[in-house]
Design a protein around this ligand. Sequence first.
Ligand SMILES: [Zn+2]
Length: 444
Amino acid sequence: MNGEVLRYLIRFLLGEDAPELAVSAVGYTAVPTDFPRYKVVILPSGFFGEGVYGTASSLPSLPLREIEGIPLLFGTPETETTGTTLLVHADIIASACFLASRYEELVRKGVRDEHGRFPGRESLSARAGFLHRPVVDEYGCLLRRWLRQAGVPLPEEKRGIRKIYLTHDVDAPFLYRSWKGFVRSLLDKRGIATSLKGKFGVPKSDPYYTFPDIFRQDEHLRELVGDNRCRSIYFFIAGGNTKEDKPHYSLRNSDIQQLLRQIPTRQALLGLHASYEAGLNPALIVKEKKALEKAIGGSKIHLNRHHFLACREPEDADMLEKAGITDDFTLGYADVAGFRLGTSRPVRRINPANCRLSSLVLHPLLIMDCTLDDSKYMNLPFEEAERYCLDLLEQVRQAGGEVSLLWHNNSFTPAPGNYSPRLYSSLLDNLSEPHIHTDSKCNE
Ligand SMILES: [Zn+2]
């Protein structure tokens, strides 16, 4: 496998605080004469071999084996000692690469939903029942423990949530504000006076314009946990002509301009919400990014999330990099919440098609509002959704990772049966408390 990707994966597993000495004490080789150079050697399982990598025969079959209770995709759970070197038959390098690079999506090209996305329910992580666990981070725990056993000193792991991203995709900032909306307002029997007020009054009279409430809640959490640990990001649409993109607002519209100006004054960040069409034709990303930059007076945009989470093929992210995007927040599954990349930590993108490591940082999307309650997706009642989400937050705490929540502005609109606002408040409450467990198995 590519040496740069290998070094990156070992460093990623060990964590950013691990000293270089620890990184270079880990080998990935089957050559016995090389073993004495390392304290821990992970034996390659053959996943990266010629004629195997990229083919259906490389896919793990179920049920998976486990090592110390952690699902293992490749290799076997045995370890043995030769001289002063620990030999590990569990191929956690291939297992981590498989999950973090979206390899399965590359090989199972025929498996897509009606929007061309790889369905979470089809993923190995869901089928093997571990999508709710950041198993790549758990592999990191194992590797650190093996190194310590072999006498390599490592700093204590930092537990707790390192960073919180409260993100909001601005798909529909208004319900009744356009002329079409005005007609809808009349058809909804809101009366002529209310409809006129909706069209010509202040933006906050519109039911979808929930931004003041979102600003208030997000700022409250930021005050409690600190500016450096919590950020809000608003992703704006800047193009797209498919029916899933329409109708979208104009960035020149005065209400949108006012909203765009407000975001930075509330210490929040702006990002591009690449359109559904740009998901189909990623060459459009650069054009949309330029349109958004123009609308905000020329400041550069570096953050992205795809509309419908439709970054369809792992290779497509090349165009995000070409457009100058440095950080992407798309990678969660629409149909099931959890750890799509197998990790709770920001990870550099590895293109599984050519095994190239890129500078684009992927921030795993942990929970999207509609994933939980939509009848096509998880379809959970409030209590189950809350329990599921709180468990995910606890997993991130154990792994010392980051949390990205996606709540659309119109999810905050009160409606019968809509528990999204309540769930958001509950999660923010939970995030405001440290809940750090120092008895983590990683520090044993
Ligand atoms: Zn969207």
